[in-house]
Write a protein that binds this ligand. Structure first.
Ligand code: F6R
Length: 609
Protein backbone atom coordinates (compact mmCIF):
# COMPACT_ATOMS: atom_id res chain seq x y z
CA UNK A 1 0.00 0.00 0.00
CA UNK A 2 1.12 3.61 -0.40
CA UNK A 3 4.19 4.88 1.41
CA UNK A 4 4.91 8.35 2.77
CA UNK A 5 8.22 9.97 3.65
CA UNK A 6 8.87 13.53 4.79
CA UNK A 7 12.05 15.36 5.75
CA UNK A 8 13.09 18.67 7.27
CA UNK A 9 16.69 19.34 8.25
CA UNK A 10 20.07 20.48 6.99
CA UNK A 11 20.61 17.92 4.19
CA UNK A 12 19.25 17.93 0.62
CA UNK A 13 15.73 16.58 1.06
CA UNK A 14 15.50 14.88 -2.36
CA UNK A 15 18.27 12.39 -1.51
CA UNK A 16 16.66 11.41 1.79
CA UNK A 17 13.20 11.17 0.28
CA UNK A 18 14.39 8.87 -2.50
CA UNK A 19 16.25 6.68 -0.01
CA UNK A 20 13.22 6.53 2.28
CA UNK A 21 10.88 5.65 -0.58
CA UNK A 22 13.21 2.87 -1.71
CA UNK A 23 12.93 1.34 1.77
CA UNK A 24 9.15 1.42 1.46
CA UNK A 25 9.08 -0.36 -1.91
CA UNK A 26 8.07 -3.59 -0.17
CA UNK A 27 4.67 -2.06 0.57
CA UNK A 28 3.76 -2.27 -3.12
CA UNK A 29 3.22 0.71 -5.44
CA UNK A 30 2.71 1.65 -9.06
CA UNK A 31 3.91 5.29 -9.20
CA UNK A 32 6.01 7.60 -7.07
CA UNK A 33 6.70 11.28 -6.55
CA UNK A 34 8.47 13.86 -4.41
CA UNK A 35 8.03 17.59 -3.75
CA UNK A 36 10.77 19.84 -2.35
CA UNK A 37 10.54 23.49 -1.30
CA UNK A 38 13.46 25.14 -3.07
CA UNK A 39 13.28 28.74 -1.84
CA UNK A 40 11.18 29.93 -4.78
CA UNK A 41 8.36 27.47 -4.50
CA UNK A 42 7.57 23.80 -4.90
CA UNK A 43 9.63 21.55 -7.17
CA UNK A 44 7.51 18.44 -7.89
CA UNK A 45 8.64 15.27 -9.70
CA UNK A 46 6.35 12.29 -10.39
CA UNK A 47 6.76 9.13 -12.43
CA UNK A 48 4.74 6.00 -13.16
CA UNK A 49 6.18 2.55 -12.45
CA UNK A 50 9.21 1.58 -10.44
CA UNK A 51 11.10 4.03 -8.28
CA UNK A 52 14.08 3.84 -10.62
CA UNK A 53 12.02 5.85 -13.16
CA UNK A 54 11.66 8.65 -10.65
CA UNK A 55 15.30 8.28 -9.60
CA UNK A 56 16.38 8.81 -13.24
CA UNK A 57 14.28 11.97 -13.46
CA UNK A 58 15.62 13.27 -10.13
CA UNK A 59 19.22 12.46 -11.08
CA UNK A 60 19.07 14.68 -14.19
CA UNK A 61 18.28 17.83 -12.24
CA UNK A 62 17.72 17.19 -8.57
CA UNK A 63 15.26 19.45 -6.73
CA UNK A 64 17.24 21.60 -4.27
CA UNK A 65 15.89 22.24 -0.79
CA UNK A 66 16.01 21.11 2.81
CA UNK A 67 12.36 20.22 3.26
CA UNK A 68 10.20 17.85 1.24
CA UNK A 69 7.69 15.03 1.09
CA UNK A 70 7.59 11.86 -1.01
CA UNK A 71 5.09 9.15 -1.83
CA UNK A 72 4.74 5.75 -3.44
CA UNK A 73 1.18 5.23 -4.71
CA UNK A 74 -0.77 1.99 -5.03
CA UNK A 75 -3.71 2.93 -7.23
CA UNK A 76 -7.19 2.90 -5.70
CA UNK A 77 -9.00 5.90 -7.24
CA UNK A 78 -7.80 6.44 -10.78
CA UNK A 79 -5.30 4.52 -12.85
CA UNK A 80 -1.55 4.51 -12.19
CA UNK A 81 -0.65 7.60 -14.27
CA UNK A 82 1.66 10.56 -13.71
CA UNK A 83 -1.25 12.92 -13.09
CA UNK A 84 -2.69 10.57 -10.49
CA UNK A 85 0.70 10.14 -8.79
CA UNK A 86 1.29 12.10 -5.58
CA UNK A 87 2.12 14.78 -4.43
CA UNK A 88 -1.01 16.73 -5.46
CA UNK A 89 -1.18 20.51 -5.45
CA UNK A 90 -3.91 23.11 -4.98
CA UNK A 91 -4.91 25.29 -7.93
CA UNK A 92 -2.32 27.99 -7.22
CA UNK A 93 0.43 25.43 -6.70
CA UNK A 94 1.23 26.83 -3.26
CA UNK A 95 0.86 23.63 -1.30
CA UNK A 96 1.23 19.88 -1.82
CA UNK A 97 -0.28 16.86 -0.12
CA UNK A 98 0.52 13.16 -0.09
CA UNK A 99 -2.08 10.73 1.12
CA UNK A 100 -2.30 7.05 1.99
CA UNK A 101 -5.81 5.59 2.48
CA UNK A 102 -9.22 6.44 1.09
CA UNK A 103 -11.45 9.49 1.59
CA UNK A 104 -14.86 7.89 1.37
CA UNK A 105 -16.85 11.12 0.89
CA UNK A 106 -14.45 12.66 -1.63
CA UNK A 107 -16.97 12.78 -4.49
CA UNK A 108 -19.43 14.89 -2.53
CA UNK A 109 -16.67 17.38 -1.63
CA UNK A 110 -15.20 17.26 -5.12
CA UNK A 111 -18.56 18.31 -6.60
CA UNK A 112 -18.83 21.11 -4.07
CA UNK A 113 -15.34 22.36 -4.99
CA UNK A 114 -16.03 22.08 -8.74
CA UNK A 115 -19.12 24.28 -8.24
CA UNK A 116 -16.80 26.83 -6.62
CA UNK A 117 -14.66 26.81 -9.77
CA UNK A 118 -11.88 24.42 -8.72
CA UNK A 119 -10.38 22.51 -11.63
CA UNK A 120 -9.22 18.99 -10.81
CA UNK A 121 -6.18 17.56 -12.55
CA UNK A 122 -6.36 13.99 -11.29
CA UNK A 123 -8.95 11.27 -10.65
CA UNK A 124 -7.78 10.75 -7.10
CA UNK A 125 -9.65 11.23 -3.87
CA UNK A 126 -6.43 12.72 -2.47
CA UNK A 127 -6.46 15.84 -4.63
CA UNK A 128 -9.65 16.92 -2.84
CA UNK A 129 -7.62 17.41 0.31
CA UNK A 130 -5.13 19.75 -1.41
CA UNK A 131 -7.97 22.06 -2.54
CA UNK A 132 -9.76 21.82 0.76
CA UNK A 133 -6.64 22.77 2.73
CA UNK A 134 -6.05 25.71 0.33
CA UNK A 135 -9.62 26.87 0.85
CA UNK A 136 -9.27 26.70 4.66
CA UNK A 137 -5.86 28.38 4.72
CA UNK A 138 -5.58 31.80 6.33
CA UNK A 139 -1.92 31.71 7.38
CA UNK A 140 -1.94 28.80 9.84
CA UNK A 141 -1.18 25.58 7.94
CA UNK A 142 -1.95 23.17 10.77
CA UNK A 143 -5.27 24.84 11.39
CA UNK A 144 -6.10 24.65 7.67
CA UNK A 145 -5.30 20.91 7.65
CA UNK A 146 -7.39 20.44 10.79
CA UNK A 147 -10.39 22.20 9.24
CA UNK A 148 -10.02 20.29 5.97
CA UNK A 149 -9.73 16.92 7.71
CA UNK A 150 -12.83 17.60 9.77
CA UNK A 151 -14.75 17.44 6.47
CA UNK A 152 -13.22 14.18 5.26
CA UNK A 153 -14.44 10.71 6.19
CA UNK A 154 -12.30 7.64 5.78
CA UNK A 155 -8.81 6.43 6.45
CA UNK A 156 -5.69 8.46 5.92
CA UNK A 157 -2.10 9.17 6.65
CA UNK A 158 -1.17 12.51 5.09
CA UNK A 159 1.64 15.01 4.86
CA UNK A 160 1.33 18.64 3.71
CA UNK A 161 3.88 21.25 2.67
CA UNK A 162 3.16 24.95 1.93
CA UNK A 163 5.47 27.39 0.22
CA UNK A 164 4.75 30.08 2.85
CA UNK A 165 6.08 27.72 5.55
CA UNK A 166 9.56 26.53 4.56
CA UNK A 167 10.13 25.50 8.19
CA UNK A 168 7.08 23.26 8.67
CA UNK A 169 5.76 19.81 7.73
CA UNK A 170 2.22 18.96 8.78
CA UNK A 171 1.29 15.29 9.08
CA UNK A 172 -1.83 13.50 10.28
CA UNK A 173 -3.19 9.99 10.61
CA UNK A 174 -6.46 8.20 10.97
CA UNK A 175 -6.49 4.48 10.29
CA UNK A 176 -3.23 4.33 8.30
CA UNK A 177 0.24 4.04 9.79
CA UNK A 178 2.43 7.14 10.24
CA UNK A 179 5.42 7.76 12.47
CA UNK A 180 7.69 10.69 13.30
CA UNK A 181 11.45 10.12 13.35
CA UNK A 182 13.35 12.44 15.66
CA UNK A 183 16.94 13.24 14.68
CA UNK A 184 19.62 15.76 15.60
CA UNK A 185 18.94 18.97 13.64
CA UNK A 186 16.51 17.02 11.44
CA UNK A 187 13.16 15.32 11.70
CA UNK A 188 11.28 12.82 9.55
CA UNK A 189 7.85 11.44 8.91
CA UNK A 190 7.26 8.00 7.40
CA UNK A 191 4.75 5.23 6.91
CA UNK A 192 7.13 2.69 8.37
CA UNK A 193 10.37 2.41 10.31
CA UNK A 194 12.78 1.07 7.64
CA UNK A 195 12.29 4.34 5.67
CA UNK A 196 14.21 6.33 8.28
CA UNK A 197 16.12 3.78 10.35
CA UNK A 198 19.41 4.77 8.71
CA UNK A 199 19.03 8.23 10.19
CA UNK A 200 17.31 7.85 13.54
CA UNK A 201 16.08 5.23 16.00
CA UNK A 202 13.91 7.68 17.93
CA UNK A 203 10.31 7.14 16.83
CA UNK A 204 6.93 8.55 17.77
CA UNK A 205 3.91 6.51 16.74
CA UNK A 206 1.12 8.87 15.77
CA UNK A 207 -2.34 7.78 16.83
CA UNK A 208 -5.65 8.06 15.00
CA UNK A 209 -6.85 11.66 15.05
CA UNK A 210 -3.33 13.12 15.54
CA UNK A 211 -2.05 16.11 13.59
CA UNK A 212 1.67 16.75 13.95
CA UNK A 213 3.67 19.91 13.32
CA UNK A 214 7.22 18.91 12.47
CA UNK A 215 10.03 21.47 12.32
CA UNK A 216 13.80 21.07 12.06
CA UNK A 217 14.39 21.06 15.81
CA UNK A 218 10.96 20.45 17.30
CA UNK A 219 7.70 18.61 16.92
CA UNK A 220 4.25 18.79 18.49
CA UNK A 221 1.13 16.68 18.22
CA UNK A 222 -2.46 17.96 18.39
CA UNK A 223 -5.85 16.35 18.11
CA UNK A 224 -8.49 17.29 15.55
CA UNK A 225 -9.82 19.91 17.99
CA UNK A 226 -6.41 21.59 18.11
CA UNK A 227 -5.57 20.43 21.65
CA UNK A 228 -1.97 19.48 22.31
CA UNK A 229 -1.37 15.72 22.83
CA UNK A 230 1.41 13.96 24.73
CA UNK A 231 3.20 11.27 22.73
CA UNK A 232 6.14 9.18 23.98
CA UNK A 233 9.32 8.59 22.05
CA UNK A 234 10.32 4.93 21.47
CA UNK A 235 13.81 3.66 20.70
CA UNK A 236 13.85 1.12 17.89
CA UNK A 237 16.15 -1.83 18.47
CA UNK A 238 15.93 -3.41 14.96
CA UNK A 239 19.06 -3.27 12.89
CA UNK A 240 18.68 -2.04 9.35
CA UNK A 241 20.46 -5.21 8.21
CA UNK A 242 17.55 -7.15 9.72
CA UNK A 243 15.31 -5.25 7.36
CA UNK A 244 17.46 -5.87 4.31
CA UNK A 245 18.12 -8.96 2.20
CA UNK A 246 21.08 -10.33 4.12
CA UNK A 247 22.74 -11.96 1.14
CA UNK A 248 19.70 -13.74 -0.35
CA UNK A 249 18.41 -12.98 -3.84
CA UNK A 250 15.04 -11.95 -2.48
CA UNK A 251 13.56 -10.88 0.81
CA UNK A 252 11.14 -13.77 0.55
CA UNK A 253 13.89 -16.39 0.37
CA UNK A 254 15.63 -14.74 3.29
CA UNK A 255 12.43 -14.76 5.28
CA UNK A 256 11.72 -18.45 4.54
CA UNK A 257 15.23 -19.32 5.67
CA UNK A 258 14.95 -17.18 8.78
CA UNK A 259 12.14 -19.29 10.19
CA UNK A 260 14.26 -21.44 12.54
CA UNK A 261 15.40 -18.19 14.17
CA UNK A 262 12.12 -16.35 14.04
CA UNK A 263 10.25 -19.26 15.58
CA UNK A 264 12.78 -19.42 18.37
CA UNK A 265 12.02 -15.73 18.96
CA UNK A 266 8.27 -16.35 18.96
CA UNK A 267 8.64 -19.11 21.54
CA UNK A 268 11.45 -17.54 23.59
CA UNK A 269 10.58 -16.78 27.21
CA UNK A 270 7.07 -18.15 26.83
CA UNK A 271 7.70 -21.85 27.42
CA UNK A 272 7.85 -22.96 31.03
CA UNK A 273 8.91 -26.54 30.40
CA UNK A 274 9.88 -27.25 34.00
CA UNK A 275 6.60 -25.99 35.37
CA UNK A 276 4.62 -27.46 32.45
CA UNK A 277 2.96 -24.15 31.60
CA UNK A 278 2.94 -21.36 29.01
CA UNK A 279 3.49 -17.62 29.61
CA UNK A 280 1.35 -15.50 27.35
CA UNK A 281 0.30 -12.67 29.67
CA UNK A 282 0.57 -10.03 26.91
CA UNK A 283 -2.39 -11.69 25.21
CA UNK A 284 -4.37 -9.71 27.77
CA UNK A 285 -7.21 -12.12 28.51
CA UNK A 286 -7.27 -13.12 32.18
CA UNK A 287 -7.52 -16.75 33.30
CA UNK A 288 -10.93 -15.93 34.71
CA UNK A 289 -12.07 -14.66 31.29
CA UNK A 290 -10.55 -17.68 29.54
CA UNK A 291 -12.56 -19.97 31.83
CA UNK A 292 -15.74 -18.07 31.03
CA UNK A 293 -15.62 -17.81 27.22
CA UNK A 294 -18.10 -19.92 25.32
CA UNK A 295 -16.85 -19.40 21.78
CA UNK A 296 -13.84 -18.07 19.92
CA UNK A 297 -14.03 -16.21 16.63
CA UNK A 298 -10.79 -15.65 14.74
CA UNK A 299 -10.83 -12.78 12.23
CA UNK A 300 -8.08 -12.38 9.63
CA UNK A 301 -7.34 -12.13 5.90
CA UNK A 302 -5.25 -14.15 3.45
CA UNK A 303 -2.32 -16.00 4.94
CA UNK A 304 -3.28 -14.86 8.44
CA UNK A 305 -6.72 -16.39 7.84
CA UNK A 306 -5.14 -19.73 6.99
CA UNK A 307 -3.00 -19.55 10.12
CA UNK A 308 -6.29 -18.95 11.94
CA UNK A 309 -7.67 -22.23 10.54
CA UNK A 310 -4.81 -24.06 12.24
CA UNK A 311 -5.72 -22.11 15.39
CA UNK A 312 -9.33 -23.32 15.09
CA UNK A 313 -8.06 -26.87 15.25
CA UNK A 314 -5.91 -26.04 18.31
CA UNK A 315 -8.67 -24.32 20.27
CA UNK A 316 -11.17 -27.06 19.53
CA UNK A 317 -8.86 -30.04 20.00
CA UNK A 318 -6.99 -28.78 23.03
CA UNK A 319 -9.29 -26.34 24.81
CA UNK A 320 -12.62 -27.81 23.60
CA UNK A 321 -13.97 -24.33 22.78
CA UNK A 322 -16.20 -23.97 19.67
CA UNK A 323 -14.11 -21.86 17.29
CA UNK A 324 -14.82 -20.31 13.92
CA UNK A 325 -12.50 -18.50 11.55
CA UNK A 326 -14.06 -15.63 9.65
CA UNK A 327 -12.85 -13.72 6.64
CA UNK A 328 -12.44 -10.33 8.30
CA UNK A 329 -13.95 -8.64 5.24
CA UNK A 330 -17.20 -10.57 5.75
CA UNK A 331 -17.45 -10.52 9.52
CA UNK A 332 -19.21 -7.24 10.20
CA UNK A 333 -21.68 -7.57 7.34
CA UNK A 334 -23.28 -10.73 8.67
CA UNK A 335 -24.60 -9.63 12.04
CA UNK A 336 -22.19 -11.85 13.97
CA UNK A 337 -23.38 -13.43 17.19
CA UNK A 338 -21.00 -11.99 19.75
CA UNK A 339 -21.44 -11.39 23.48
CA UNK A 340 -19.31 -10.80 26.54
CA UNK A 341 -18.39 -14.50 26.62
CA UNK A 342 -17.04 -14.47 23.05
CA UNK A 343 -13.33 -14.06 22.48
CA UNK A 344 -12.50 -12.46 19.12
CA UNK A 345 -8.88 -12.84 18.07
CA UNK A 346 -7.50 -10.64 15.28
CA UNK A 347 -4.51 -12.08 13.42
CA UNK A 348 -2.38 -9.76 11.35
CA UNK A 349 1.25 -9.43 10.39
CA UNK A 350 0.95 -5.71 9.73
CA UNK A 351 -1.66 -4.92 12.37
CA UNK A 352 -3.01 -2.38 9.90
CA UNK A 353 -5.16 -4.51 7.57
CA UNK A 354 -8.34 -2.44 7.18
CA UNK A 355 -10.75 -5.39 7.02
CA UNK A 356 -9.35 -7.02 10.15
CA UNK A 357 -9.31 -3.71 12.01
CA UNK A 358 -12.94 -3.12 11.06
CA UNK A 359 -13.88 -6.62 12.26
CA UNK A 360 -12.16 -6.00 15.60
CA UNK A 361 -13.96 -2.66 15.98
CA UNK A 362 -17.26 -4.38 15.27
CA UNK A 363 -16.45 -7.04 17.87
CA UNK A 364 -15.64 -4.31 20.40
CA UNK A 365 -18.93 -2.55 19.61
CA UNK A 366 -20.80 -5.80 20.19
CA UNK A 367 -19.21 -6.16 23.62
CA UNK A 368 -16.90 -9.11 22.86
CA UNK A 369 -13.49 -9.69 24.40
CA UNK A 370 -10.84 -8.84 21.81
CA UNK A 371 -7.19 -9.81 21.59
CA UNK A 372 -4.66 -9.90 18.78
CA UNK A 373 -1.60 -11.72 17.50
CA UNK A 374 0.49 -9.26 15.50
CA UNK A 375 3.98 -8.65 14.23
CA UNK A 376 4.39 -4.89 13.74
CA UNK A 377 4.73 -3.19 17.09
CA UNK A 378 2.51 -0.25 17.90
CA UNK A 379 0.28 -0.97 14.90
CA UNK A 380 -3.36 0.13 14.96
CA UNK A 381 -4.79 -3.26 15.94
CA UNK A 382 -2.71 -3.40 19.10
CA UNK A 383 -4.48 -0.26 20.28
CA UNK A 384 -7.93 -1.65 19.58
CA UNK A 385 -7.62 -4.96 21.43
CA UNK A 386 -7.41 -5.80 25.12
CA UNK A 387 -4.02 -7.44 24.64
CA UNK A 388 -1.51 -8.32 21.92
CA UNK A 389 0.78 -11.29 21.73
CA UNK A 390 3.56 -10.25 19.36
CA UNK A 391 4.88 -13.02 17.15
CA UNK A 392 8.31 -11.28 17.16
CA UNK A 393 9.43 -12.47 13.70
CA UNK A 394 11.01 -9.12 12.73
CA UNK A 395 10.14 -7.00 9.68
CA UNK A 396 8.57 -9.02 6.87
CA UNK A 397 9.48 -7.26 3.65
CA UNK A 398 8.54 -9.79 0.95
CA UNK A 399 4.94 -9.10 -0.02
CA UNK A 400 4.04 -12.78 0.31
CA UNK A 401 3.83 -13.70 3.95
CA UNK A 402 6.01 -16.60 5.14
CA UNK A 403 7.65 -16.23 8.54
CA UNK A 404 4.60 -14.38 9.84
CA UNK A 405 2.50 -17.46 8.99
CA UNK A 406 4.61 -19.78 11.13
CA UNK A 407 4.93 -17.07 13.80
CA UNK A 408 1.14 -16.78 13.96
CA UNK A 409 0.59 -20.55 14.08
CA UNK A 410 3.16 -20.97 16.87
CA UNK A 411 1.60 -18.08 18.83
CA UNK A 412 -1.85 -19.62 18.44
CA UNK A 413 -0.56 -22.93 19.74
CA UNK A 414 0.86 -21.22 22.83
CA UNK A 415 -2.41 -19.40 23.53
CA UNK A 416 -4.47 -22.56 22.92
CA UNK A 417 -2.25 -24.61 25.24
CA UNK A 418 -2.57 -21.99 27.96
CA UNK A 419 -6.34 -21.78 27.50
CA UNK A 420 -6.67 -25.57 27.55
CA UNK A 421 -4.67 -25.78 30.74
CA UNK A 422 -6.61 -23.01 32.46
CA UNK A 423 -9.84 -24.80 31.57
CA UNK A 424 -8.54 -28.09 32.86
CA UNK A 425 -8.43 -29.96 29.54
CA UNK A 426 -4.71 -30.67 29.46
CA UNK A 427 -2.24 -31.63 32.16
CA UNK A 428 1.10 -30.04 32.96
CA UNK A 429 2.70 -33.19 31.52
CA UNK A 430 0.95 -32.72 28.19
CA UNK A 431 2.01 -29.07 28.09
CA UNK A 432 5.58 -30.04 28.96
CA UNK A 433 5.66 -32.64 26.21
CA UNK A 434 4.20 -30.29 23.61
CA UNK A 435 6.63 -27.53 24.56
CA UNK A 436 9.44 -30.05 24.26
CA UNK A 437 8.31 -30.75 20.68
CA UNK A 438 7.95 -27.04 19.94
CA UNK A 439 11.51 -26.52 21.04
CA UNK A 440 12.61 -28.89 18.27
CA UNK A 441 10.75 -27.03 15.54
CA UNK A 442 13.69 -24.78 14.57
CA UNK A 443 15.92 -27.82 13.93
CA UNK A 444 13.13 -29.66 12.07
CA UNK A 445 12.75 -26.62 9.84
CA UNK A 446 16.54 -26.55 9.28
CA UNK A 447 16.29 -30.18 8.11
CA UNK A 448 13.41 -29.30 5.81
CA UNK A 449 15.29 -26.35 4.33
CA UNK A 450 18.07 -28.76 3.45
CA UNK A 451 15.69 -30.43 0.95
CA UNK A 452 16.09 -27.39 -1.29
CA UNK A 453 17.68 -29.37 -4.15
CA UNK A 454 14.70 -31.73 -4.49
CA UNK A 455 12.33 -28.77 -4.32
CA UNK A 456 14.21 -26.92 -7.07
CA UNK A 457 13.96 -30.03 -9.29
CA UNK A 458 10.26 -30.20 -8.64
CA UNK A 459 9.88 -26.50 -9.44
CA UNK A 460 11.65 -27.02 -12.75
CA UNK A 461 9.04 -29.63 -13.65
CA UNK A 462 6.02 -27.70 -12.33
CA UNK A 463 6.63 -24.24 -13.70
CA UNK A 464 5.14 -25.02 -17.12
CA UNK A 465 1.72 -26.08 -15.80
CA UNK A 466 -1.21 -23.68 -15.73
CA UNK A 467 -3.17 -25.25 -12.87
CA UNK A 468 -2.39 -27.05 -9.68
CA UNK A 469 -4.48 -28.68 -6.95
CA UNK A 470 -3.34 -28.91 -3.33
CA UNK A 471 -4.82 -31.46 -0.96
CA UNK A 472 -4.62 -31.75 2.81
CA UNK A 473 -6.63 -33.08 5.70
CA UNK A 474 -7.18 -32.16 9.34
CA UNK A 475 -4.68 -29.71 10.77
CA UNK A 476 -2.81 -29.78 7.44
CA UNK A 477 -5.75 -28.72 5.30
CA UNK A 478 -4.77 -25.08 6.05
CA UNK A 479 -1.20 -26.03 5.02
CA UNK A 480 -2.59 -27.00 1.60
CA UNK A 481 -4.55 -23.72 1.41
CA UNK A 482 -1.45 -21.71 2.27
CA UNK A 483 0.68 -23.67 -0.25
CA UNK A 484 -1.86 -22.92 -2.99
CA UNK A 485 -2.03 -19.22 -2.06
CA UNK A 486 1.76 -18.95 -2.20
CA UNK A 487 1.88 -20.60 -5.64
CA UNK A 488 -0.86 -18.45 -7.17
CA UNK A 489 0.30 -15.12 -5.79
CA UNK A 490 3.97 -15.64 -6.70
CA UNK A 491 3.89 -17.59 -9.95
CA UNK A 492 0.40 -16.65 -11.26
CA UNK A 493 -0.36 -20.35 -11.74
CA UNK A 494 -3.97 -21.08 -10.87
CA UNK A 495 -3.90 -23.11 -7.68
CA UNK A 496 -6.66 -24.28 -5.37
CA UNK A 497 -6.72 -26.35 -2.21
CA UNK A 498 -9.26 -28.87 -1.00
CA UNK A 499 -9.67 -31.18 1.94
CA UNK A 500 -8.49 -34.42 0.30
CA UNK A 501 -11.77 -36.23 0.96
CA UNK A 502 -13.76 -33.54 -0.82
CA UNK A 503 -12.07 -34.04 -4.18
CA UNK A 504 -14.24 -36.97 -5.25
CA UNK A 505 -17.38 -34.86 -4.79
CA UNK A 506 -16.82 -32.94 -8.02
CA UNK A 507 -13.35 -31.42 -8.49
CA UNK A 508 -11.89 -34.78 -9.53
CA UNK A 509 -13.54 -34.12 -12.91
CA UNK A 510 -10.79 -31.54 -13.57
CA UNK A 511 -7.91 -33.94 -13.25
CA UNK A 512 -5.86 -35.13 -16.19
CA UNK A 513 -2.20 -35.22 -17.19
CA UNK A 514 -2.12 -31.39 -17.31
CA UNK A 515 -3.41 -30.91 -13.78
CA UNK A 516 -0.80 -31.80 -11.14
CA UNK A 517 -1.81 -32.53 -7.56
CA UNK A 518 0.28 -31.77 -4.50
CA UNK A 519 -0.81 -33.47 -1.29
CA UNK A 520 0.27 -33.05 2.30
CA UNK A 521 0.51 -36.71 3.29
CA UNK A 522 2.71 -36.76 6.36
CA UNK A 523 2.06 -39.33 9.11
CA UNK A 524 -1.09 -38.41 11.03
CA UNK A 525 -4.44 -39.76 12.17
CA UNK A 526 -5.74 -39.25 8.63
CA UNK A 527 -2.71 -40.64 6.79
CA UNK A 528 -4.39 -43.80 5.45
CA UNK A 529 -7.38 -41.85 4.18
CA UNK A 530 -5.10 -39.36 2.42
CA UNK A 531 -3.26 -42.24 0.80
CA UNK A 532 -6.55 -43.62 -0.58
CA UNK A 533 -7.38 -40.15 -1.94
CA UNK A 534 -3.98 -40.04 -3.65
CA UNK A 535 -4.63 -43.39 -5.32
CA UNK A 536 -7.81 -41.91 -6.79
CA UNK A 537 -5.73 -39.03 -8.19
CA UNK A 538 -3.03 -41.27 -9.63
CA UNK A 539 -5.72 -43.25 -11.46
CA UNK A 540 -6.62 -40.05 -13.42
CA UNK A 541 -3.11 -39.69 -14.91
CA UNK A 542 -2.50 -36.51 -12.92
CA UNK A 543 1.11 -35.90 -11.85
CA UNK A 544 1.03 -36.60 -8.11
CA UNK A 545 3.43 -35.03 -5.67
CA UNK A 546 3.31 -35.63 -1.94
CA UNK A 547 4.86 -34.19 1.15
CA UNK A 548 5.70 -37.25 3.21
CA UNK A 549 7.35 -38.25 6.44
CA UNK A 550 10.99 -39.24 6.02
CA UNK A 551 11.23 -43.01 5.61
CA UNK A 552 7.68 -43.48 4.31
CA UNK A 553 8.26 -45.79 1.37
CA UNK A 554 4.63 -46.73 0.96
CA UNK A 555 3.92 -43.20 -0.20
CA UNK A 556 6.69 -43.34 -2.81
CA UNK A 557 4.93 -46.34 -4.38
CA UNK A 558 1.69 -44.39 -4.86
CA UNK A 559 2.84 -40.96 -6.06
CA UNK A 560 5.25 -39.71 -8.72
CA UNK A 561 7.43 -37.62 -6.43
CA UNK A 562 7.85 -37.22 -2.69
CA UNK A 563 9.35 -34.32 -0.75
CA UNK A 564 10.38 -35.63 2.65
CA UNK A 565 10.08 -33.76 5.93
CA UNK A 566 11.12 -34.94 9.39
CA UNK A 567 8.60 -36.85 11.49
CA UNK A 568 6.84 -34.44 13.86
CA UNK A 569 3.85 -34.72 16.22
CA UNK A 570 0.70 -34.02 14.20
CA UNK A 571 -0.17 -30.92 16.22
CA UNK A 572 3.22 -29.36 15.38
CA UNK A 573 3.36 -30.54 11.77
CA UNK A 574 1.79 -27.41 10.12
CA UNK A 575 4.83 -25.40 11.27
CA UNK A 576 7.21 -27.68 9.40
CA UNK A 577 5.06 -28.84 6.47
CA UNK A 578 4.41 -25.36 5.15
CA UNK A 579 8.11 -24.65 4.61
CA UNK A 580 8.67 -26.85 1.51
CA UNK A 581 5.48 -25.42 0.01
CA UNK A 582 6.79 -21.87 0.52
CA UNK A 583 10.08 -22.86 -1.13
CA UNK A 584 8.29 -24.62 -3.98
CA UNK A 585 6.22 -21.53 -4.77
CA UNK A 586 9.35 -19.38 -4.58
CA UNK A 587 11.36 -21.55 -6.99
CA UNK A 588 8.47 -22.02 -9.45
CA UNK A 589 8.05 -18.23 -9.53
CA UNK A 590 11.74 -17.46 -9.97
CA UNK A 591 11.93 -20.12 -12.70
CA UNK A 592 9.14 -18.25 -14.46
CA UNK A 593 10.96 -14.95 -13.99
CA UNK A 594 8.29 -13.46 -11.72
CA UNK A 595 8.95 -10.63 -9.29
CA UNK A 596 8.70 -12.67 -6.08
CA UNK A 597 9.17 -9.86 -3.61
CA UNK A 598 6.55 -7.67 -5.25
CA UNK A 599 4.09 -9.84 -7.18
CA UNK A 600 1.84 -7.97 -9.57
CA UNK A 601 -1.29 -6.29 -8.17
CA UNK A 602 -0.35 -7.04 -4.56
CA UNK A 603 0.51 -4.79 -1.66
CA UNK A 604 2.16 -5.70 1.63
CA UNK A 605 -0.28 -4.01 3.88
CA UNK A 606 -3.83 -3.68 2.67
CA UNK A 607 -5.08 -0.57 4.47
CA UNK A 608 -8.26 -0.15 2.39
CA UNK A 609 -11.40 -2.23 2.72
C1 F6R B 1 -0.28 -13.50 1.32
C2 F6R B 1 -0.37 -12.31 2.14
C3 F6R B 1 -1.73 -11.75 2.41
C4 F6R B 1 -1.79 -11.25 3.88
C5 F6R B 1 -3.13 -10.55 4.13
C6 F6R B 1 -3.28 -10.13 5.59
O1 F6R B 1 1.03 -13.94 1.18
O2 F6R B 1 0.62 -11.78 2.57
O3 F6R B 1 -2.72 -12.68 2.14
O4 F6R B 1 -1.64 -12.35 4.73
O5 F6R B 1 -3.23 -9.42 3.32
O6 F6R B 1 -2.26 -9.29 6.00
P1 F6R B 1 -1.96 -9.06 7.54
O7 F6R B 1 -1.50 -10.33 8.13
O8 F6R B 1 -0.92 -7.98 7.57
O9 F6R B 1 -3.25 -8.61 8.17
Amino acid sequence: MCGIVGYIGDTQAADLLMEGLSRLEYRGYDSAGIAVLNGNGLDIRREVGKLRNLAKEVAVNAPKGLIGIGHTRWATHGRPTTTNAHPHTDTLGQLVVVHNGIFENYLEIKHELIKDGVIFLSDTDSEVLAHLVARSYTGDLRLAVQVALSRMHGSYAIAVLHQDHPDLLVAARNGCPLILGIGAEENFIASDIPAILNHTRQIIYLEDGDIAEVRQRSWSVFNLQGERQHRDQTTIEWSLVAAEKGGYDHFMLKEINEQPTTLAQTLGGRMGEEEGRVYVDEFGITDEQLRRIRQIVIVACGTSHYAGLVGEYYFEQLARIPTTVEYASEFRYRKPVVDGDTLIIGLSQSGETADTLAAIREANNLGGLTASILNVQGSAMSRETQGTLYMRVGPEIGVASTKAYTGTVASLLLVALHTAQVRGHVTADFVRETLGSLRQVPSWIEETLAEVGAIQDLAAMLHTFRNCLYLGRGVNYPTALEGALKLKELSYIHAEALPAGEMKHGPIALLDADFPVIAVATKSAVYDKTLSNLKEVAARDAVTIALGTRGDERLAEVVDRVIYVPETPEIISPLVNVVPLQLLAYYVATKKGCDVDQPRNLAKSVTVE
